[in-house]
Write a protein that binds this ligand. Structure first.
Ligand code: HEC
Ligand code: HEC
Ligand code: CA
Ligand code: CA
Ligand code: CA
Length: 460
């Protein structure tokens, strides 16, 4: 009898202890495929264990990701078809080293190539509906091939916002104000909404694609039934591949359902490379020179598939300083001030034909749902549906994995959807709307807790 009681007691003690200690799997955010290179190449490796035909296909995809496309006609038909209008000549000019674009310049001036703008025009005043811009289309493409005018130049000026903590420390936020110059197809009207987006890091995307839809949808709380002030909603978008409305997962507003469509849309919208999924060039009916130079199927489905496999296999580096006391304390703070209510730490992926993607315990720190993030981050102060079900005030919670390595890989520490935050601290201070309570709680923390939280984020 005594023996049994003792065993039970030990078991209980063990389970309480396990609950309060750190989850050791979290050191390997991509599960068995997690990599451990923390150099400038940290984001460029396939899931570890990728071998044989899969690895070769990854290399093929990698080469197309880095291909510099040229205008037609060209001496090389292997990589022509650029434009007629475009943002950049390669995927890697924006996703440099498979990492994050900087988006914005240090001071007022022309925006970086890695920042693009989605364009919409408000229709009726009372309706929240928008249409793509009738002249400029759904995206602003600054460049044109010879003989085709690019659409113009985007510039930014910054308004300084001074912030003071309760303990006397200061921070300064830079609010970007965008303008469009040298508009070659006429001025923008008042009703134009330009939504800025920076190129995000490319890591762990196949694992995100493999998360079961039900595991994302179960965190939706559109009417805030649990009363915590947070009301995540899924974006639902038309998928060309499924030919039906599907859960959106990719992009800053979860506007794309899967990687093949995201990649095909990037080829088409950002580089002017058409494919079987997007056979039409981006030219609108009023862009005559562009229409005259249209080409069909610049890239085959085989090549698009190779790039897609590449984007599915890019791994996530292991955590650094995982057991450092400050990092562990920072992780507690992260949960205490409800950062985890949107930045959902972990999932187990569903089935996948690729072993490294199937049934993996992963740690992306996102619910992949849309949240109203307040006036400061909104595309427009009024609410319009400017990307499927996502409004001008909403953004998809971005995954936080790999954030601490962006300075190493990309040589900058710019965060948020347009790169306006110059540090992780500034990124937190920009949180408003549904995240206002969390942000205010951050500001009330003792400075050691604030810096522990930042150490935790840097360890991801
Ligand atoms: C002009 C810069 C630019 C170029 C060139 C570019 N991208 Fe992107 N990429 C972006 C931006 C900006 C986003 C976010 C888009 C959004 O929010 O809608 C993005 C998003 C993505 C995503 C989704 C990532 C995520 O976390 O959801 C993938 C995948 C991607 N791009 C692949 C590619 C591929 C493949 C190419 C080359 C064919 C490419 N991109 C070319 C800027 C670029
Ligand atoms: C209501 C949901 C919500 C809460 C709560 C929340 N976040 Fe976020 N977080 C977001 C969204 C959405 C974005 C993207 C906003 C944007 O780019 O405009 C974001 C962006 C970030 C970024 C920048 C990521 C990147 O890729 O650039 C960091 C860092 C971050 N959050 C950390 C935190 C921390 C720390 C807390 C707790 C203090 C927190 N968040 C609370 C939803 C939330
Ligand atoms: Ca083309
Ligand atoms: Ca355009
Ligand atoms: Ca809620």
């Amino acid at each position: 009898m005594k023996m049994i009681t003792l065993t039970l007691f030990t078991l209980l003690a063990f389970s309480t202890n396990a609950k309060s200690s750190v989850d050791s799997n979290a050191e390997f955010p991509a599960g068995t495929g997690t990599t451990s290179d923390f150099s400038v190449q940290a984001f460029s490796h396939p899931l570890s264990g990728t071998r044989g035909a899969l690895r070769r296909e990854f290399q093929v995809g990698n080469s197309f990701f880095n291909t510099v496309w040229v205008a037609t006609p060209a001496s090389t038909t292997a990589r022509d078809g650029l434009g007629p209008i475009y943002n950049a000549v390669s995927c890697s000019s924006c996703h440099f080293k498979d990492g994050r674009g900087r988006g914005l310049p240090e001071e007022d001036g022309v925006t970086d190539v890695s920042l693009l703008f989605r364009l919409r025009v408000k229709t009726l005043a009372e309706s929240k509906e928008v249409i793509p811009h009738p002249v400029y289309g759904g995206q602003f493409q600054p460049q044109g091939v010879p003989g085709v005018p690019g659409e113009g130049i985007s510039t930014v000026r910054f308004e300084k916002i001074q912030i003071q903590y309760h303990d006397g420390f200061f921070a300064q936020l830079l609010k970007p104000i965008y303008s469009f110059l040298a508009l070659n197809y006429g001025p923008f009207t008042e009703a134009t909404i330009a939504s800025p987006r920076v190129a995000p890091q490319m890591i762990g995307l196949g694992l995100i694609e493999a998360i079961k839809e039900s595991d994302i949808l179960k965190n939706e709380d559109p009417f805030d039934a649990n009363g915590d002030g947070i009301s995540g909603r899924a974006n639902r978008v038309y998928s060309i591949v499924n030919q039906s409305i599907t859960l959106g997962r990719f992009g800053w507003k979860a506007g794309k359902a899967n990687l093949i469509e995201q990649n095909a849309a990037a080829f088409n919208g950002d580089i002017g490379i058409t494919s079987p999924l997007f056979p039409e060039e981006e030219c609108t009916q009023t862009q005559a020179a562009c229409l005259n130079l249209k080409t069909a199927e610049d890239i085959t489905i085989e090549r698009l598939n190779a790039v897609t496999l590449y984007t599915q296999l890019l791994s996530v580096p292991a955590r650094r300083n995982f057991s450092k006391p400050e990092v562990i304390k920072g992780q507690k703070v992260f949960h205490q001030i409800s950062c985890a209510s949107c930045h959902t730490p972990s999932y187990i992926t569903g089935d996948s034909p690729i072993e490294g993607l199937a049934n993996q315990r992963i740690y992306p720190y996102s619910d992949f749902l849309l949240h109203d993030m307040g006036d400061g981050l909104a595309d427009d102060l009024q609410e319009y549906f400017n990307e499927d079900e996502a409004t001008t005030r909403e953004w998809r919670t971005p995954p936080l994995w790999g954030l601490g390595l962006i300075p190493t890989v990309n040589g900058h520490s710019r965060y948020l959807h347009d790169g306006r935050a110059r540090s992780l601290e500034e990124a937190i201070l920009w949180h408003g709307g549904e995240a206002q309570k969390s942000r205010d709680a951050f500001m009330q923390l003792p400075s050691t807790d604030r810096s522990n939280l930042l150490e935790f984020l840097n360890s991801l």
